[in-house]
Design a protein around this ligand. Structure first.
Ligand code: ADP
Ligand code: MG
Length: 232
């Protein structure tokens, strides 16, 4: 039997807020990650879409985040697209209680984003481009950030965001807790883990998604007697 949220160390007020949405039993990735993430360990996780990664990082972030000064968020969640950033924000807000949250991404006006940053945002969910823009405008400093999530790191890499992600990680407070989630853990994602994670606890759940694009398909028309020899 899988452990309950309470047994994994999830604070009761968060458990109650989740239960009011019908979320009462942890999914596999959550059962695997929550205790270590709540204890402050770095996490490197691979799990398929829909497996519940948002709560796996969102609960520990909300449970442990400090109170922010204006312009100086305490926790940062990086996501590759505005749709994903919005989804993460909606999920986290459902149990955030008094923790102040905001989301920033490009393609929309600045006013609402600036208003919340000036009041103080404890957990900031962001796409890399707009976040760098707001840092250039001196509306955000990452110097007080001590918890970082890199969600969908493989998509960040596909979209060319790795240099921006590195620049952002270089600006956080010293030795933040880092939690990285990705559908694949090789290539650029592996180098992020190597350079920015400190002895991460690794979880790999489900089958690794086959890279069908990188596979070469070759066809030979041969008689059945030659089949084994040609294939070999
Ligand atoms: P992923 O990021 O791994 O693709 P999400 O975190 O977006 O997956 O979760 C997928 C859906 O499952 C969301 O609608 C979320 O609210 C729901 N969900 C997550 N954890 C649980 C749970 N323990 N019980 C029921 N529903 C859950
Ligand atoms: Mg997700």
């Amino acid at each position: 039997m899988s452990p309950t949220f309470a047994q994994l160390g999830v604070p009761h007020h968060i458990g109650r807020a989740l239960a009011s949405r019908g979320i009462t039993e942890p999914f596999e990735i959550q059962a695997a990650v929550l205790a270590d993430a709540l204890a402050g360990h770095d996490i490197c996780g691979r799990a398929p879409t829909g497996s519940g990664k948002t709560l796996a990082f969102g609960i520990p972030i909300v449970a442990n985040v400090g109170r922010a000064q204006p312009h100086k968020p305490r926790a940062l969640v990086l996501a590759p697209t505005r749709e994903l950033a919005e989804q993460i924000m909606t999920e986290i807000r459902s149990f955030a209680g008094a923790v102040r949250t905001a989301v920033v991404y490009g393609g929309v006006g600045y006013d609402a984003q600036l208003r919340s940053l000036r009041k103080g945002v404890d957990v900031l969910v962001a796409c890399p481009g707009r976040l760098e823009d707001l840092i250039d405008r001196r509306e955000v400093s990452l110097s007080a950030v001590d918890r970082v999530v890199i969600d969908e790191a493989d998509r960040m890499a596909d979209m060319g965001f790795i240099p921006a992600v590195r620049r952002l990680l270089d600006q956080t407070g010293p030795n933040p807790q880092t939690m990285l989630f990705s559908a694949t853990l090789d290539g650029d994602v592996a180098s992020l883990t190597r350079d920015y994670q400190h002895r991460p606890v690794r979880y790999e759940i489900g089958e690794e998604t086959p890279d069908v694009v990188a596979a070469d398909h070759l066809f030979w028309n041969v008689s059945s007697t030659e089949r084994t020899e040609v294939a070999a």
